[in-house]
Design a protein around this ligand. Sequence first.
Ligand SMILES: [Zn+2]
Ligand SMILES: [Zn+2]
Length: 906
Amino acid sequence: MKKELAKTYDPHGLEERLYKKWEEKKYFHAEVDRSKKPFTIVMPPPNITGKLHMGHAFDNTMQDILIRFKRMQGYNALWMPGTDHAAISTEVRVTNALKEEGIDKKELGREGFLKRTWEWREEYGRTIVNQLKKMGTSCDWDRERFTMDEGCSKAVEKVFIDLYNKGYIYKGNRIVNWCPVCQTTISDAEVEYEEQTGHFWHLRYPIAGTKEAEAMLAGKKCENPDEKNYVVIATTRPETMLGDTALAVNPSDERYTWLRGKNVVLPLVNKEIPMVEDSYVDKEFGTGVVKITPAHDPNDFGVGQRHNLEVVNIMNDDATINEAGGKYAGMDRYEARKQMVADLDALGLLVKIEEHVHNVGTHDRCGCTIEPMAKKQWFVAMEELAKPAIDVLKNTRAGIEDPHGTLQFVPESFDKTYLRWLENIRDWCISRQLWWGHRIPAYYCDACGEIVVGSKAPDVCPKCGGTHFTQEEDTLDTWFSSALWPFSTLGWPEKTEELDYFYPTDVLVTGYDIIFFWVVRMVFSGIEHMGRSPFHTVLIHGLIRDSQGRKMSKSLGNGIDPLEVIDKYGADALRLTIMTGNAPGNDMRFYYERVENSRNFANKVWNASRFIMMNMEDVTLRKPAANELESVDKWILSKLNNVVRDVTENMEKYELGIAVQKVYDFIWDEFCDWYIEMIKPRLYNTDDAAGKNAALYTAREVLIDALKLLHPYMPFVTEEIFCTLQDEEESIMISSWPLFSEERVFSQEEKAIETIKEAVRGIRNVRNDMNVAPSRKAQVYVVTTDPEVEKIFTDGKLFFATLSFASDVLVQKDKSGIGDDAVSVVIEHATIYIPFAELVDLAQEKARLEKEQDRLKSEIQRAEGMLKNERFLSKAPAEKVAEEKEKLAKYTQMLKQVEERIESLS
Ligand SMILES: [Zn+2]
Ligand SMILES: [Zn+2]
């Protein structure tokens, strides 16, 4: 019993059924097999809090295409999936859920909170995995990992201890981005900048020893103050002045040379602070004098270090003022700001308040304004670790062998982004004040405070002999574990077979926004711990934007849910849409019209396949003898052959968007619109069994290979057709990738059929221009003196007649029997005449020919211009010049024919 394709293409049910089949058959699973070459991709682990969005859809479609392509090429393809624990985002999620139940996280305690969070993860943490499956992703789910599973945690611990022992990890006081709501350090990536209207407060700081300073110290407004005894500064965060430890000017600012060596008295705090000179200060900004608050501003922190200034932290973790703030202690930062401005005004120290629009950093998870704060945190010293990661890329580009492998970005322009990060690298703050994450394996001696790093607390303190220890409360930045992803997922630190066989992986696919946060860190980690760069290629993709080119965002509400698109059009249509026209690294716009078009394409493939299968009913196909193949059969085989070669080449170069366009054009135009139409006369001719066999056999063969080329992009529809066509269960995903074959090179036939196509197009245009209905058939004459062209049309008479709506086709050497009122179409080496005098207005026909004459003249002029252009002749490749010469000859010849035709009409 032969299988049949459903009457209409409907992705619903079909996609789910096939995905289940693939999973059950374990097609996605890869085992170490030394007889095959591995090809490995590690999936950027989506957050367990994540919901599938267009970014994931894009990223994972590209990976799936590469993996399916390589699997079909015979590689042992492993796509390693997993999820990220997403420390802060998960912690916020669970904390809020608890809050709704009226439970305070702190009261619950660390253990209780972690228990709840694991439960949360069990319940919701794999939502995104199930959503990814709907996309058709062929990753090895049997190997799915989690950044906090046992193995990955072991890897994190070992890396921390190793880096600490090598001296790369240290604890130090540095400025971090502090979120007062989440009460943790957050990475630069998690800070979102938004424009806010705030204020510039212009304040007077009196110079020490003046009567103005005296009055202030006495808590009074100065009578008849002399402005020269004040230094005026402007600030957007007046409350931070409680932590000021200097004022600074640019050393080249001549307006302030007289201030050199002087002190000012810090208002409200009433202590003397120095004037320092630092070239960081921008003379043009504000008054040219700035306050320096090392504990609450990263730039000021730098100034403070250069001038040995005290670091005074004035805030508690919840952004209330601490005891360093004197009478303001205990107030919230904004409450303190209000009070302080009022107090300054009372002392006559407020000059003015200006409106000011500035960028304010907020936490992307909770929206709270970030407070830069000096905190004792754990850091990784980056300078040494960065060096080999810089070298491996530079050496790859220079063609020099590097001991750590090779590394390239596609497109190459992202090399610069990568190098810029690494060459300006700052130490990496890795500690987070969260509970959900890898707790730092460091222990403090309760007696003397000595730090001991190790997988468990030591028995005895090496410094004081104490025996009681407390583990560091902080956990590690999520990126610390994802940096190890390419090798921790393969079993490291164990020396597993998988690690030996699949590492280094091959390609990493990711967006450009996380080159620093993730890619850079994976590369130096891979080199440091494995001795090799974790992949040889980083394929960068852009963003999917809305139809107006805007970024999809929650606040704009313009996000498109990929699951909704899949529901409506199927995953295949979505995948084709996001890959068509896409170039590596570029953003793309999403239009629903394009998804519809993709779905229509799936329909087209489906219907063409059904047509072929219907014709195969009651036929036992046999491989046709070479002489049974007609020119059209050879033409389509030759065309297919070219597409196989080009598409494979494009895909090897990661030009996935270009590749799929070629497959699409081949299937839609050449195969469906031309080839199938061209073989219809043979299929319907009951007297020509051999002809029907040759046509059907070729059609089936071409369809199978075309489906294979399309499979990585549209896995479901291709699988369904492939299995039905072959009448078996075997899957297209494990079939072999088509290869270019010398046996399918038929240049002669290719050229011949292209000539016929040109004639058909010409006839259709003419008929179209004159509004002749397709039902109206007419005699078609092909006049040529070229024996080759004569043969082409004689051989292809049958389908040429159908395609050109001809009642009959006559091929002859001259115009005998053709009336002067015939309409003509000029192609290379032939003129086609259609005598439908009754339909044609002679004047109109003449005008049309004159238009054609003009067009040809301008083409000739253009080609002649090119061929006279010295620059073109010297710069352009030889084949380009030859092509122009060929065009010139062709147009000249065509012009001659058109002019003869005009002559005969007059
Ligand atoms: Zn926050
Ligand atoms: Zn001790």
